[in-house]
Design a protein around this ligand. Structure first.
Ligand SMILES: NC(=O)c1ccc[n+]([C@@H]2O[C@H](COP(=O)([O-])OP(=O)(O)OC[C@H]3O[C@@H](n4cnc5c(N)ncnc54)[C@H](O)[C@@H]3O)[C@@H](O)[C@H]2O)c1
Length: 258
């Protein structure tokens, strides 16, 4: 066994790192002593998040996870500035609604909206994870991959659309496939499936005035916080999670129990 000391610091690349949940994950990883590369389509917001993190060596950068070349360049950039990422959190994602704020039914989803969702949520996860895997050294080494799926993939969803649900279900399957392929290299691969989390994506469809109504369906009685998700990610990245791979951690307040 090649156990890395619990205090080891690694370079962590977080896609969607400027988002509500992503920024919280970045903070938790920085607090744990890692150098964090905050990667997002919104490069200026990524730079702001990186500048706000405790400790040294963090950076913000642009990435479009749906673009193969952009993903390769982002990994090059991070490797040059902070060393090869040994931790990857694939958090970038999109969820669209109709102009009136309602979720589109399957009959209403355009091919363009379907493809945009799948290309960012599903293919983007594949492209970032593939780049991470391609850069692993020969033999065993420390490595952690955490993907962000969703309770909606497990339940069929109430407030999201079928393109999003299908793309997040694909993320769970892909996570298991990658976990099997990287296990012998010492890399664990797991997913976190958030429920209703007080972050921008949820706020597209739920105003704060309706929180108590939504919380009534959640056994723990509240909407989740980005920190609830970040805590689970931080655990999966830690040395203590070295015997856990191919799993999905539900962070949903009991909204869905297996
Ligand atoms: N908020 C929730 O209730 C909830 C629930 C379940 C799952 N999730 C998942 O958690 C993740 C974060 O969600 P959030 O609520 O913080 O939303 P958010 O919109 O704040 O964060 C998403 C981030 O992804 C970035 N992004 C979008 N397209 C990108 C691309 N092509 N390349 C790189 N970055 C891109 C956005 O700029 C944004 O910063 C998403 O994957 C989402 O599907 C959220």
């Amino acid at each position: 066994m090649n156990h890395t000391p619990a205090s080891a610091s690694h370079t962590a690349l977080v896609t969607g790192g400027a988002g509500g949940i992503g920024a919280s994950i970045c903070r938790y990883l920085a607090d744990a002593g890692h150098r964090v590369a905050v990667a997002d389509l919104d490069a200026a917001a990524a730079a702001r998040v990186a500048a706000s993190l405790p400790g040294d060596g963090h950076l913000g950068l642009a990435i479009d996870v749906s673009d193969e070349v952009s993903v390769q360049r982002a990994f090059d950039h991070v490797t040059e500035a902070a060393g090869r990422p040994e931790v990857l959190v694939a958090g970038a994602g999109v969820l669209f609604f109709k102009p009136d704020g309602q979720r589109p039914l399957i009959t209403e989803i355009s091919l363009a909206d379907w493809q945009r969702t799948v290309t960012i949520n599903q293919t983007g996860c594949f492209l970032t994870c593939r780049e991470f895997a391609r850069r692993l050294p020969e033999g065993r080494s420390f490595g952690r991959v955490v993907t962000i799926s969703s309770v909606t993939a497990q339940l069929g969803g109430y407030r999201s659309n079928a393109a999003y649900i299908a793309s997040k279900a694909a993320v769970i399957g892909f996570t298991k496939a990658l976990a099997r392929e990287l296990a012998l290299q010492g890399v664990t691969v797991n997913s976190v499936a958030p429920g209703l989390i007080d972050a921008p994506m949820l706020r597209q469809s739920l105003s704060q005035e309706r929180d108590s109504e939504a919380a009534a369906a959640i056994p723990l009685g509240r909407i989740g916080l980005p920190e609830d998700v970040a805590d689970a990610v931080a655990y999966l990245v830690s040395e203590g999670a070295s015997y856990q791979t191919g799993t999905t951690i539900d962070v949903n307040g009991g909204y869905r129990m297996q």
